[in-house]
Design a protein around this ligand. Structure first.
Ligand code: 5AD
Ligand code: SF4
Length: 477
C-alpha cells in the first residue's frame, strides 16, 4: 500500500487508489503469524487493509492497541502453541483493559465462535476470507461486543490489495496466486479452513510483481496450496469443466510463470506448492526455458507406499510420483527437489514405512519437511480411519526419516562444492557481519565475504566448502 494513491476510475477492478495519504488514527497493530507462507502473506494483506484505516504496525506488543494472531490448524501442536500465546495476551488485557485481541486464519475458521463464547479468550474471530471486514469488526469490539466473521468465499482473492511487506528484507516477496484447496487429502484440514480453490486474476499478479521489481525486489515466490491447478478463466472460481472456448482464453500456471519471468530477467521467480498429480511437463519446460525461473521444486510426496497414498486420497501412486521425479531430472537436470512427508498415517505398517525410506533413497531430496501424522477434526481420515499408529512408533519412524534426510541434504549440498553458483544476496549473515548470505537457484543458502556487495545484488560465488545445508565460498569476477 503506497502513501500516495491516485484515483483512476477508468481502471475498474484495479487497486482502489486514493489521492491523500491516509491519516494515522493513532492506533497500533501487533501482528503475529504462524504456519505456512500463505499465512504470512495473508498477514501482509491484513496490515494493508488496516493501514488504509490509519493503523500503524508495531513490533512491540506492549504498545499495541490491537493484537492479531494469524493462526495455523494443520497439526495439533501448531494449535497448542497458538493457545499458549492467546492465554498470555488475555493476561495482558488485565494491565490494558482497552486492548483488543483477535484470532485470524485457520484456527479461527476451525473453532469459530468457540474462542469467544466458551473460552472467552479473544474479542475478535476472523476467517481467511473475511479480512476486508476487519475495520468494522474492530469498531464493534471497541464497543465491548464480541465480533466474528468466518464466512468462506468462492471468489475472494484480495486481488486489488497491495500487501504491506512485513519484516521484509526488500529483496524477496510472496505473491498469492490461488486461495483454498479442492483436493481433500484425507489428513488435511485446509479445505475446511480455507475453502474452495480459486485463482487470482493474472493481470493483478503481474502488476504486483512488476511493482515489486520497480521497488528493488529481485525475487517473487508465487504461492498457492496447489499452484499447478492455477487456472484463470475470467471468473473467480476455477471452472470444474471448462469448455474449449473458455480454455482458449484461459491462463494456465505454466503461462502465468512465463509472464512473470518475462517482467525482467533480473527478477527471480519461485513457486510453492506443486502437486505431483497436477504437475505436467509443460510447467517443467517453462522452468527450463527461463534462467530466472528457479530450478527448484517443492513436491510433497507424503508417503512412499501406494496403499497409504490411496488412503490419503492423494491421487497418485509411488510409481507415478517417481515418474514425475524422472521428468524433473530429464527436463531440468540441475533442479533442487524438496518434499513433505507424513509418517505414521492410519494403519501404516513397518513395510510401508520402509517404502517411504526407499523412495527417499531413490529421489535423494535436497531438503524436506517431515511430520508425524496428527489427526484433525472433520477430515476424511478422522471420520473414516482410526489413528492407530502408537505415538512412540510415529516418533521412531519420524526420527529415521529425518536422519536419512539429513544425510541426503549433506550429500546434495556437498555436490555443490567446487562449482560456481549465481547467488541473489539477501542480507548479512547471522554469524558474521563481514559475510553476506543469499540463495542459489536450487534454494540452497550460500555464504560469502561482503566486499562491496549489497543485498539485492546477484553474485557469482565459487563454493569452496560446506556445512550441513550451507555452501561457503567467495565471489569471482
Ligand atoms: N498431520 C501431519 N502433517 C500434516 N500435513 C498436513 N496435514 C497434516 C496432518 N494432519 C503436512 C503435509 C503437508 C504439509 C503442509 O503439512 O505434509 O504437505
Ligand atoms: Fe491439504 Fe492436500 Fe490441499 Fe495440500 S493439496 S492443502 S495437503 S488438501
Amino acid at each position: 500500500m503506497s502513501e500516495n494513491k491516485v484515483i483512476d476510475e477508468s481502471k475498474q477492478g484495479e487497486a482502489l487508489m486514493i489521492e491523500q495519504p491516509v491519516q494515522p488514527n493513532g492506533k497500533k497493530l501487533f501482528l503475529e503469524s504462524y504456519g505456512c507462507a500463505m499465512n504470512f502473506s495473508d498477514s501482509e494483506i491484513v496490515a494493508s487493509i488496516l493501514k488504509d484505516k490509519g493503523f500503524t504496525t508495531t513490533q512491540d506488543f506492549f504498545e499495541a492497541d490491537v493484537i492479531f494472531v494469524n493462526t495455523c490448524a494443520i497439526r495439533e501442536g501448531a494449535e497448542q502453541r497458538v493457545r499458549q500465546r492467546l492465554t498470555e495476551y488475555k493476561k495482558a488485557k488485565k494491565t490494558n483493559p482497552d486492548l483488543i485481541v483477535g484470532v485470524l486464519g485457520c484456527m479461527a475458521e476451525r473453532l469459530k465462535s468457540q474462542f469467544l463464547e466458551q473460552e472467552k479468550l479473544v474479542d475478535i474471530v476472523v476467517g481467511p476470507d473475511a479480512y476486508r471486514s476487519l475495520p468494522e469488526l474492530i469498531e464493534i469490539a471497541e464497543t465491548g461486543q464480541k465480533a466474528v466473521n468466518v464466512l468462506l468465499s468462492k471468489e475472494e482473492t484480495y486481488a486489488d490489495i497491495a500487501p504491506v511487506r512485513l519484516g521484509s528484507n526488500g529483496v524477496t516477496a510472496f505473491i498469492s496466486i490461488t486461495r483454498g484447496c479442492d483436493n481433500m487429502c484425507a489428513f488435511c484440514v485446509v479445505p475446511f479452513t480455507r475453502g474452495r480453490e480459486r485463482s487470482r486474476d493474472p493481470e493483478t499478479i503481474i502488476r504486483e510483481a512488476t511493482e515489486l521489481f520497480e521497488q528493488g525486489y529481485r525475487e517473487v515466490t508465487l504461492l498457492g496450496q496447489n499452484v499447478d491447478s492455477y487456472l484463470w478463466t475470467g471468473g473467480g472460481l476455477k471452472k470444474e469443466n471448462p469448455s474449449a472456448e473458455e480454455l482458449k482464453d484461459a491462463t494456465t500456471f505454466a503461462q502465468l510463470l512465463e509472464q512473470v519471468a518475462l517482467i525482467n530477467t533480473d527478477l527471480r521467480v519461485r513457486f510453492s506448492t506443486s502437486h505431483p498429480k497436477d504437475m505436467g511437463d509443460e510447467v517443467l519446460h517453462t522452468i527450463a526455458k527461463y534462467n530466472n525461473i528457479c530450478s527448484y521444486i517443492h513436491l510433497p510426496v507424503q508417503s512412499g507406499n501406494s496403499r497409504i497414498l490411496e488412503m490419503m486420497n492423494r491421487g497418485y501412486t509411488r510409481e507415478w510420483y517417481l515418474g514425475r521425479i524422472d521428468a524433473i531430472r530429464r527436463i531440468i537436470p540441475d533442479a533442487g527437489i524438496s518434499m513433505d512427508i507424513i509418517t505414521g498415517f492410519c494403519s501404516e505398517t513397518e513395510e510401508e514405512h520402509q517404502d517411504t525410506l526407499s523412495l527417499m533413497e531413490a529421489v535423494k531430496y535436497d531438503f524436506g519437511y517431515m511430520f508425524a501424522y496428527s489427526e484433525r477434526p472433520k477430515t476424511l481420515a478422522e471420520r473414516k480411519y482410526p489413528d492407530d499408529v502408537p505415538a512412540e512408533i510415529k516418533s521412531r519412524r519420524l526420527a529415521e526419516i529425518v536422519e536419512l534426510q539429513v544425510k541426503h541434504s549433506a550429500e546434495r549440498t556437498k555436490a555443490g562444492v567446487g562449482k560456481v553458483h549465481r547467488v541473489l544476496t539477501e542480507g548479512v549473515s547471522k554469524k558474521s557481519k563481514e559475510q553476506l548470505f543469499g540463495r542459489n537457484s536450487q534454494n540452497t543458502v550460500v555464504v560469502f565475504p561482503k566486499e562491496n556487495f549489497q543485498k539485492g545484488d546477484y553474485v557469482n560465488v565459487y563454493v569452496e566448502s560446506c556445512t550441513g545445508g550451507t555452501l561457503i565460498g567467495k565471489a569471482i569476477y
